[in-house]
Design a protein around this ligand. Structure first.
Ligand code: ZN
Length: 75
């Protein structure tokens, strides 16, 4: 029983220690996943934005193709 409590405490401490580093890189990942950025005007779109909407932005705003404005998305 004593050992169990100690182990739990240790785990907690480790989690604490790892939290700032882990959450920071996780936030970075989340940020990257959050947006699709237009290469032409740098406007960002939610990652959930569908291709037709991006295509519309590309052609309406820039008279370009989606691949030109969103090369990362088109891949
Ligand atoms: Zn744009």
């Amino acid at each position: 029983m004593g050992n169990g409590a100690k182990a739990a405490q240790k785990r907690e401490r480790n989690a604490d220690k790892n939290a700032p580093k882990g959450s920071k890189s996780q936030a970075k990942v989340n940020e990257a996943a959050k947006s699709i950025v237009c290469a032409t005007c740098k406007q960002s779109f939610l990652i959930t934005t569908r291709a037709p909407a991006l295509e519309e932005h590309s052609s309406n705003k820039h008279s370009k193709t989606m691949a030109e404005c969103f090369p990362t998305f088109a891949k």
